[in-house]
Design a protein around this ligand. Structure first.
Ligand SMILES: [Cu+2]
Length: 349
């Protein structure tokens, strides 16, 4: 035994049992062989307190969705790496290809077609996985810590003025992003607000990597999400006291599942499941020019965007826009760019 080890052993034996226990079980550095065997001899009876303490992220067993969304918010890489996952999938495809040839389902002259499809699927598959890792969740499923993260990000963006800069875009009605600007506004409402919400999410992610804007599913959740930080000068008065209403689940389900044309759908959403909600909230968020100053705006629009995404999964139909009308100014993205959330890099849980 080296002098150093002997000194260590002597020091340890002279200390209280509790202190020794602390020492050998501290994981702040790599343990020696002796420390490990000493700790092993005791693990059965006296596991250290730290293993019984609360988990830093969960106070209950998380569902798959909770775990995924926590990972996405924290920007952790516990989830599959999209490229590696593609390679696994590709390997499986080669097995299928081999089987298909063996069973005579495809001839060797048709193999190039198979490979073409595989090549076309690849970039979309990688995007899908990345988008699943940037998933927007129901705000009710956020932990206290996740809510704090969201509010911290909003406050940081408020301190440097970037929040106000982006919120001010909504006061410029020359962007024609509502039906109150006419027929073009009706067509632009959904794609414009999709890009707008994504710009805010990008801004907040620059403050807190991994964060996403949660949605407020107001058809099934009649509480205004007042946990969201309220900037100074923003007013929130009694919900419903100045008119407006929250849509029922039946109204929203009818819009999402039983409304076939894009124009009918977007008008239904804008008037019955958006304008009324803004007004019901009662305060800064109820006036188009100031609405985005209240950060609840983003939870409301995350939900509007989610309804469109759901509709898109069940229907065909796109905004009728061309030329400058199709450009989501002041940004360069077009209505076409805004069509698919997976293409934009996020998804809804
Ligand atoms: Cu709105």
């Amino acid at each position: 035994m080296s002098t150093r080890r002997r000194r260590l052993a002597r020091t340890q034996s002279g200390r209280s049992r509790a202190a020794q226990k602390q020492d050998r079980l501290t994981l702040e550095r790599f343990p020696t062989r002796e420390e490990v065997s000493l700790a092993r001899a005791h693990t059965a009876t006296d596991r250290p307190e730290r293993f019984h303490g609360p988990h830093p992220m969960f106070d209950h067993f998380p569902s798959r969705e909770e775990l995924r969304s926590a990972e996405a918010r924290l920007g952790l890489v516990l989830s599959p790496n999209p490229e590696i996952t593609w390679r696994r999938f590709e390997r499986q495809l080669s097995v299928l290809r081999f089987e298909a040839i063996g069973k005579g389902l495809i001839s060797s002259t048709e193999l190039s077609r198979w490979d073409l499809v595989t090549e076309r699927v690849r970039p979309w598959f990688v995007k899908l996985l990345a988008a699943l890792l940037r998933s927007r969740v129901d705000h009710r499923s956020l932990s206290a810590q996740a809510r704090q993260q969201f509010n911290d990000a909003v406050q940081h963006a408020h301190v440097d003025g970037s929040y106000q800069g982006l919120a001010a875009v909504h006061s410029d009605m020359s962007h024609r992003m509502h039906s109150m600007s006419g027929a073009v506004g009706t067509q632009r409402f959904l794609p414009w607000h999709r890009i707008y919400t994504l710009k805010m999410e990008d801004l907040l992610r620059s403050k807190k990597p991994g964060l996403t804007i949660p949605y407020w599913n107001y058809a099934e959740d009649s509480q205004r999400p007042d946990w969201v930080w309220k900037p100074p000068q923003v007013s929130r008065r009694t919900p419903g006291a100045a008119g407006g209403s929250l849509p029922s689940k039946t109204t929203v389900d009818n819009l999402v599942y039983n409304t076939s044309g894009y124009t009918d759908f977007t008008e239904g959403v804008e008037f019955d499941a958006h304008n009324q909600v803004h007004n019901w909230c009662n305060g800064t968020i109820s006036t188009p020019a100031t609405a985005a100053k209240d950060p609840i705006f983003w939870l409301l629009h995350s939900n509007v965007d989610r309804m469109w995404d759901l509709w898109q999964l069940n229907h065909t139909g796109t905004p009728t826009l061309s030329g400058a009308d199709a450009v989501m100014d002041p940004w360069t993205q077009t209505a076409g760019d805004a069509e698919d959330v997976i293409n934009l890099g996020y998804s809804y849980a």
